[in-house]
Write a new protein. Structure first.
Lengths: 273, 267
């Protein structure tokens, strides 16, 4: 197993979880600001698409309701799948706090990975009323016909998407072992992620010349694929192929993260220790 | 004849800007990555518009050329504002929290000047240049006849937009005198401002009330771009200066209240 992820929910992890949760709740106003901010980009996209629909039933294979649902679900999915772990890993490497973490009785990157999950959990609770308002606002357009198998598959692919996302974040975060200026690199990565993960527009709406290369990247398997499964946009064959793709990326990125972590750690010397 | 005090502040700004530029170009790798990031941000939104225009010929009555002028205007306004003010103004909450504001208040220079434009941001200048490039490209592809009067009106409305959004940003950052941690507010301000990347007419119902009336987002892009795209009404020339004036009065009032409430970090 990957040695920076929890093996079992034992004492140190419970204690770390409690600490992270308490830290995440310290500045509740700031949390609320982040929640409101997070809802604006999907709202921007929804407004733009609604201006296009006018009286049309479908655009690019999406009904008006499906399009609104897509953006609301993908924004909500961010709280399960997304986050900003790379930035925190890089900070721990640069300010030397990683040295302390290496001595603790839990996996070295657990504070960053678990900390982000706690932060998202608190923000998710704060975001629920806001999403309820949006659901009520768009209630006449929302489209969701769920079945138990589809929800189960969506849950599995969401967890796999979250794991792939964390691996990508770790791979990027450990770049800080080799270079100190990572801020702009991470932001460029974020833009690529927004484009290629389906956060910007549903990937199927891209022209084929762009869709082909984007499908070869792992980003689709973070957000887009689980949401496509949830919305019932894939047939059983496409779903199975997607799950297989997720499994492949999970293993491949996990191995890459492990190699980079081990190499980075060998050349690591804490600053200010 | 330029008043002496203005010449003094102009000299001071040139000195501070030069010092700030030297700092920014010291880390060349990061500097060029920063430029790439700015270009990539614009490229991303252009991809978004391109996908939209694969399936429509206009959004809220604006065709692709007009929308490029609108988005270019938005980047121009944001670029100018952030070139002069981003790095300094967004440091206000930290200065207040750590009590470093004391050192600024002690200086024999207007404190608001130092808290607004003590540093410049080269990346933002690139943003402004890209914005201007998009506006010129939109005008050329839109085949709109542009008069000298329209260009002058456009420049005046861009200036009104910069002043309005400078004041709004300054007021948001001034809240840090009362609320301990408002770092996220800066990003919220950016996201709200990003909503100006669509024509005001695209917003309907409650969203129109919020983004057109409660927040004058139209001033940032729809109004100046309207002059170059034939979407302007005479009211534009009245509304934008009023927003600039009212926001200036409001931010001055809030700044005075904030200074009166300031007790330093140990207070």
């Amino acid at each position: 197993m990957i040695d920076w992820l929890p093996r079992r929910a034992n004492g140190p992890y419970r204690a770390l979880f409690r600490t992270c949760l308490a830290e995440s709740m310290t500045y509740r106003t700031t949390n609320l600001i982040w929640v409101v901010q997070g809802v604006l980009p999907p709202l921007f996209a929804i407004v733009a698409w609604l201006a296009i629909y006018g009286g049309r039933e479908t655009v690019g294979g999406f009904t008006r309701g499906e399009m609104i649902t897509y953006y609301l679900v993908i924004a909500f999915a961010w709280y399960v799948i997304g986050g900003r772990i790379n930035f925190q890993i890089a900070r721990a490497i640069k300010d030397g706090s990683l040295a302390h973490q290496l001595l603790k009785p839990y996996a070295a990157l657990a504070p960053q990975v678990l900390g982000e999950q706690c932060w998202k959990l608190i923000n998710l609770v704060l975001a629920l009323p806001l999403y309820l308002v949006l659901v009520i606002y768009f209630r006449h357009d929302l489209h969701l016909a769920l079945s138990a198998p589809r929800v189960a598959l969506a849950a599995i692919s969401t967890l796999a998407g979250a794991a792939i996302f964390i691996e990508l974040e770790i791979i990027l975060g450990v770049v800080a072992f080799w270079t100190t200026n990572t801020g702009n690199l991470f932001e460029i990565y974020d833009l690529l992620l927004i484009l290629a993960s389906g956060e910007l527009v549903p990937l199927s709406l891209f022209p084929n010349w762009l869709l082909g290369p984007l499908n070869l990247l792992p980003f689709r398997y973070t957000f887009s694929f689980p949401v496509e499964v949830f919305l019932g946009k894939l047939d059983p064959g496409q779903t199975a192929l997607g799950l297989l793709g997720q499994g492949g990326w999970l293993v491949g990125l996990g191995a890459l993260a492990r190699v980079l972590w081990a190499r980075g750690l060998r050349r690591y010397s804490a600053v200010g220790m | 004849m330029i008043p002496l005090v203005l010449r003094r502040y102009a000299r001071l700004w040139i000195y501070l800007a030069r010092r700030s530029l030297m700092t920014q170009v010291t880390y060349r790798g990061d500097f060029f990555l920063g430029l790439a990031r700015n270009a990539a941000t614009v490229a991303l939104i252009l991809v978004f518009y391109s996908v939209l225009f694969l399936r429509t010929s206009s959004i809220a009555g604006w065709n692709l050329s007009a929308l490029l002028i609108l988005y270019g205007s938005f980047r121009l306004v944001r670029g100018i504002l952030y070139f002069f003010a981003e790095d300094t103004i967004t440091a206000i909450p930290e200065a207040v929290r750590r009590g470093e504001l004391d050192f600024i208040l002690f200086k024999p220079v207007n404190a608001r000047f130092l808290l607004t434009c003590a540093q410049v941001n080269l990346g933002a200048a690139l943003n402004a240049a890209i914005g201007l490039g998009l506006v010129i490209y939109g005008v050329r592809t839109g085949h709109t006849a542009i008069t000298a009067g329209a260009v002058a009106g456009y420049a005046a409305l861009i200036a009104c937009a910069v002043i309005t959004f400078y004041n709004l940003l300054f007021m948001v950052m001034t809240l840090s005198f009362w609320v301990v941690k408002v770092d996220g507010l800066r990003y919220l301000f950016e996201e709200v401002m990003n909503m100006a990347g669509l024509p005001s007419g695209a917003y309907r119902g409650a969203l129109r009330v919020l983004f057109s009336y409660l927040l004058p987002l139209g001033v940032a892009a729809t109004i100046p771009a309207g002059v170059l795209t034939g979407h302007a009404t005479p009211g534009f020339y009245l509304y934008a200066p009023i927003c600039a004036l009212v926001s200036s009065l409001a931010s001055t009032w809030l700044w005075r209240r904030a200074l009166a409430a300031y007790t330093s970090a140990g207070g």
